[in-house]
Design a protein around this ligand. Structure first.
Ligand SMILES: Cc1cc2nc3c(=O)[nH]c(=O)nc-3n(C[C@H](O)[C@H](O)[C@H](O)COP(=O)(O)O)c2cc1C
Length: 242
């Protein structure tokens, strides 16, 4: 998982060769497992270009997207966005391990053309585009990244503390620094204060809650010694060796 964190970056240009049956099986297996644990209803949608066909919806940012994971959860579930971030990013890292390109998409797709089954009490919170890609940056990708000023924050700007933090905490923060976030805002702030470790976002109602779930997963993988409680400003519980 740590290697996948290092290798991951967003891809917006995809090759139209289908995802291999082995990778599809692995993704479906994990999607089922995570849906059971979380109460989410994530769905793998294959060979369906419709949600990325209209340039007016994608702002011309994506080409060749034919596969995605539809990120669906109960509308009334206050933790839905955070859980989508956490389990969706676990699926992103699994896809990266399969050699696939991925991109979180919260806004620049055609929601109404999404080929997923959404019940009345459920909402579609976004999708994760995925598929085969050419390695290396395409000219289009370089322009988009330049326009979005893709530069990661330094980890010192991502946590506050009243002490000398241990190495495992820094390892966690290094993994957080590499996490994807909506508009690359990296909004999650971490605290190691009074011996208590917490993290949170300013606005828990939008994409920031998804960014929070993603950042929590990255921290757990990087630190390797514990698990976050669910929710905004929740605590990190050390369960393993420091
Ligand atoms: C919740 C979320 C929503 C996102 N929505 C979009 C989107 O609508 N369109 C897009 O092109 N990228 C989207 N992204 C991708 C981010 O722009 C990207 O992760 C960020 O710029 C950092 O770049 P990197 O993923 O290559 O590290 C989204 C990312 C996240 C986490």
């Amino acid at each position: 998982m740590k290697n996948a964190i290092d290798a991951r970056r967003s891809y917006r240009k995809y090759i139209r060769t289908p995802i291999s049956p082995q990778s599809v099986e692995k993704l479906r297996e994990k999607i089922d497992e995570y849906n059971k644990i979380s109460g989410l209803n994530m769905q793998l949608v294959l060979n369906s270009p419709e949600a990325f066909e209209k340039t007016s919806k994608t702002y011309g940012m994506f080409t060749g997207v034919e596969n995605y994971i539809a990120l669906i959860g109960k509308t009334e579930d206050e933790l839905a966005r955070e859980k989508i971030g956490y389990y969706g990013e676990a699926l992103v890292l699994l896809a990266v391990k399969q050699g696939l390109g991925t991109c979180w998409v919260g806004a620049s797709y055609d929601k109404d053309a999404c080929n997923a089954e959404i019940a009345e009490d459920e909402s579609l919170y976004g999708v994760i585009a995925l598929g085969n890609v050419f390695s290396g940056k395409s000219a289009r990708e370089s322009v988009i990244r330049g326009a979005m000023h893709i530069k990661k924050k330094s980890i010192k700007d991502m946590y506050r503390t009243d002490t000398q933090v241990p190495d495992w905490f820094i390892n966690g923060m290094n993994a957080v620094q590499k996490a994807p976030s909506a508009r690359n805002k990296q909004p999650v702030m971490f605290y190691y204060v009074d011996g208590k470790i917490t993290c949170g976002v300013f606005d828990y109602d939008g994409f920031e809650a998804m960014d929070l779930g993603i950042a929590k997963l990255h921290f757990e993988i990087g630190a390797g010694n514990g698990k976050w409680k669910p929710g905004n400003n929740a605590e990190y519980e050390i369960t393993g060796q420091c």
